[in-house]
Design a protein around this ligand. Structure first.
Ligand code: B3K
Ligand code: ZN
Length: 875
């Protein structure tokens, strides 16, 4: 907690550590209010200077330097301990005491449902003991855990179990040894009365690995999907990347109180239970997919993150961007690469683009931070993954894998930088990738303006590209691969023939598909033998994370939506048509004029819905309306109420005009087979539930919606029905919500959904509903999932409620954030997100949002997490 401006860390100040830790032996005597931690480090001097160890909120008991008490010589302050040591090589043994029971920040060692659990990344280890808490200090860890046996059946830490046994006074112990050197952010300890499910995996080189998932006993029936996902991840990483697991055991623990999704601690991953527990009655398709993806992600970190780690936290995207790219590819290979790509683009645009355009905008390699936890962002993760994808697009799968291989050959067991990664990619392929640097150091979403010029006499088409960054005085052009094709006016693909001059920058991937390599701020690509009225298909596969501007006519968009060979472009064309329609309606509403739905929108929507050869999941995504947040992004000043009105209007128009077709599709997709998490069933449910959401607009289909709810077939269908009922004030919605609560009141994850459903429903009493839920006996500020379900959802998704004209939505959230900041700064800082975009609203709202931020910033004892975001937003 801080009153004065807190310390800022800069990348330019990086210095290697003056000491190394060759090995560390940790002993924990667990107790809720006084856990004793004994930490013996074999240390060695690397450079001149005093020994400075990080440590926060620790009660120091003793410090032995080679057996001699030196506590009196230590200088202690609120961030650590300094000791002048003359020796080159020595053992430092430090004893401290901590209070896991009172740790509501959920960082360091804390309690969750009567169990012990740790979270150390980014800088939580310093809340456990004094240490060199930085990712470039790698050490071999041995951990002894001692605890009451009746309350802690399992005692877990990283690595392999090497000893265990009973002690006096009802206690027992376990000793774990991790042979791999690691930074302390990958340390983990878990203890408690859990239950486990077990399985095994045989690696490609024939070793048998024990797999164990630990959960609270009541959840033991919900682990099957997680275990399957783990085995699939292990196999996929062997097959696609040639990477094998490296310990005898891999453990996953699911806990209810967790600040984020999961954590890749070596051999002992700790997970938010949301990303482990599932059965068809309680989890949706999205939950199932999330579990598979997050289990994959954490497992993949074993190589990209753990075996090769980051030199400093400014390199975070080295492990996160790369591991997100890997988990995206995993999901694509397990389900559908086209669907996955669109899902990821949607997420990027709705969440990362606004971040890039707001006051917290930072490059994927930030240059400074106050609180590192604030930089686990969509930019570092998702834009970082897009940048890794650029290497993949440029080098192809084979070239990319060669680069990965060289990366591991060079850096296994090291803490490295994004430059090291780029060098490996370049050297393995004998190419120069230095220009990629510009993606790492510039913030903001690039604009890509494309124009065409057709010469009917020579039949040459010139595609001119111009790239730029908003608000950048010193813009450095980036290396951008642009997926490209041409359609003739019937929608047939055109054979691509670049001119001799252009050929060097046009890489043909097939006769009709190319990658244009844009390296300059302005550059043209010329094609020959192009028929008149050919339509360019641009940025295929969303080949670069940019905003594309091109003056398509509605007819051209309709053609691309129906005919392009690239599913991303088809989706994008339809979304652009829908977006234009909403925008036109917004303009009409604002100037009180009439506006009719353009006929091509209906025509193309009808033909897409009728196209039986297209994957139903793609049809569903193509005909889903653009998200409100994304629509808002298109405006300098967001007129929340009008956008919502226009959005609802378009939904109703599509419902009305296509009623018969929606009904047909609905009935075609209804399937009584038992729930399965497979591509075909997921796609069918997606399309069916989209149809239901349109039909739900029309009062004559109320019984259909109710019937789906009452059938209680699986959570995907139940939730889709309930959401539609709430949105359109179905006469039975209150009763349904009540029955849902009664059935699931003992299942935290389902009750989170119950909170979310209500928090996201946009209507005149949205605020009152949310306020009432804050008083509900099941609401608690100490459980991050619950906070996200209610306050996170309300402020991010309930635009009408949060942005109420009287400011009451802002005020309620500000009050909750201030209370939360005293308990859990990380989560409080996350909740500030929607406030940071104040510049996008009208003056009155701007003032109210700024006032709320100021009030939060002025709170006595404001955390540095919240300080950083609130102050940067107001600056
Ligand atoms: N590495 C962790 C995130 C840690 C967040 C610290 N505030 C999970 C992940 O990205 O896999
Ligand atoms: Zn990660």
């Amino acid at each position: 907690m801080t009153q004065t401006a807190p310390h800022v860390n800069y990348l330019k100040d990086y210095q290697p550590s003056a000491f190394s830790i060759e090995s560390v032996y940790l002993e924990f005597e667990l107790s809720p209010l006084a856990t004793r931690v004994t930490n013996s480090m074999q240390m060695q001097r690397q450079a001149k200077g005093d020994l400075r160890l990080d440590g926060e909120n620790l009660k120091l008991i003793s410090v032995l330097l080679d057996g001699e008490e030196v506590i009196e010589q230590c200088q202690i302050d609120e961030a650590g301990l300094t000791l002048a040591v003359a020796k080159e090589k020595f053992t430092l043994r430090i004893v401290t005491e901590i209070e896991p029971q009172n740790n509501t920040a959920l960082e360091g060692l804390y309690r969750t449902s009567d169990n012990y659990c740790t979270q150390c990344e980014a800088e939580g280890f310093r809340k456990i003991t004094y240490y060199l808490d930085r990712p470039d200090v790698l050490s071999v860890f041995t951990t002894k855990v001692i605890a009451d046996k009746s309350e802690n059946r399992f005692l877990l830490a990283n690595g392999n179990l090497v000893d265990s046994g009973d002690l006096d006074n009802g206690k027992h112990f376990a000793v774990w040894q991790d042979p791999h050197k690691k930074p302390c952010y990958l340390f983990a300890l878990v203890a408690g009365n859990l239950e486990k499910v077990e399985d095994t995996f045989t690696t490609a080189d024939g070793r048998e690995v024990k797999l164990e998932i630990f959960v609270e006993p009541r959840n033991i029936e919900k682990c099957e999907h997680a275990m399957e996902s783990l085995k699939k991840s292990m196999k996929w990483d062997e097959e696609r990347f040639g990477l094998l697991y490296d310990l005898d055991i891999f453990m996953i623990v699911a806990v209810d109180d967790f600040n984020m999704g999961a954590m890749e601690n070596k051999g002992l991953n700790v997970f938010n239970s949301k990303f482990v527990l599932a059965k068809p009655e309680t989890a949706t398709d999205i939950d199932y997919e999330g579990i598979e993806a997050v289990i994959g992600h954490e497992y993949f970190h074993n190589w990209t993150g753990n075996r090769v780690t980051c030199r400093d936290w400014f390199q975070l995207t080295l492990k996160e961007g790369l591991t997100v790219f890997r988990d995206q590819e995993f999901t694509a290979d397990m389900l559908s690469s086209a669907v996955k790509r669109i899902e990821d683009v949607r997420r990027l645009r709705s969440n990362q683009f606004p971040e890039d355009a707001g006051p917290m905008s930072h490059p994927i390699q930030p240059q400074s931070y106050i609180e590192m936890n604030n930089f686990y962002t969509m930019t570092v993760y998702e834009k970082g993954a897009e940048v890794v994808r650029l290497y993949h697009t440029l080098l192809g799968e084979t070239g990319f894998q060669k680069g990965m291989q060289l990366y591991f050959e060079r850096h296994d067991g090291q803490a490295v930088t994004v430059q090291d990664f780029r060098n490996a990619m370049a050297d393995a392929n004998g190419v120069n990738l230095e220009q990629m640097h510009n993606w790492y150091v510039q913030s903001g979403t690039p604009n890509l303006e494309v124009t065409r010029n057709y010469d009917a006499v020579t039949q040459k088409l010139t595609i001119s590209c111009q790239q730029s960054l908003p608000n950048s005085d010193d813009f450095q052009p980036m290396l951008m691969p642009i997926g490209f094709g041409l359609l003739d006016k019937e929608g047939e693909p055109v054979t691509l023939e670049p001119t001799f001059e252009s050929a060097a920058n046009v890489e043909l991937r097939s006769d009709t598909h190319a990658v244009l390599k844009l390296t300059q701020a302005q550059q043209s690509f010329v094609f020959e033998d192009v028929p008149a009225d050919a339509v360019p298909s641009l940025l295929r596969g969303f080949s670069a994370p940019v905003k594309l501007h091109f003056d398509y006519s509605n007819q051209e968009l309709a053609l691309l939506a129906a005919k392009d060979e690239d599913s991303f472009v088809r989706w994008e064309a339809m979304q652009t048509l829908l977006l234009r329609t909403v925008q036109a309606k917004v303009a009409a509403l604002q100037s009180c004029i009439d506006y009719q739905l353009p006929s091509e929108v209906i025509e193309v929507a009808r033909s897409l819905l009728a196209a039986k050869e297209i994957d139903p999941a793609l049809v569903a995504m193509t005909l889903s309306l653009p998200e409100l947040g994304y629509i808002g992004e298109q405006y300098e000043v967001v007129d929340v109420d009008t956008i919502y009105q226009a959005h609802s209007w378009l939904e109703a128009e599509l419902a009305n005009h296509m009623q018969g077709q929606w009904l047909d599709v609905y009935h075609r997709c209804v399937n009584d087979a038992p729930y399965q998490y497979d591509k075909a069933q997921i796609a069918e449910r997606m399309l069916k539930n989209l149809a239901l959401s349109y039909l739900g607009v029309l009062s004559e289909h109320q019984s259909l919606v109710l019937k789906q709810y009452q059938a209680q077939h699986n959570m995907t269908d139940v939730l889709a029905a309930l959401k539609t009922m709430l949105k359109h004030q179905h006469p039975r919605s209150v009763e349904a919500l009540q029955s849902f609560y009664e059935r699931w009141q003992d299942d935290n994850l389902v009750i989170d959904k119950w909170f979310t459903l209500q928090a996201q429903t946009q209507n005149d009493h949205a605020l009152q509903t949310t306020q009432a839920l804050l008083q509900h006996k099941d609401f608690s500020l100490t459980n991050p999932n619950r906070v996200r379900s209610l306050l996170g959802v309300f402020s991010r998704l309930n635009l009408v409620g949060f942005h109420r004209a009287d400011g009451a939505g802002y005020q309620m959230c500000a009050e909750q954030i201030m209370q939360l900041d005293a308990l859990n700064p990380q989560i409080a800082a996350r909740l500030l997100g929607p406030f940071t975009h104040w510049k996008r609203y009208d003056e009155k709202r701007q003032q109210m949002m700024r006032n709320a931020l100021q009030q939060i910033l002025d709170r006595k004892g404001v955390s540095k997490d919240v300080y950083e975001i609130a102050s940067k937003s107001l600056a």
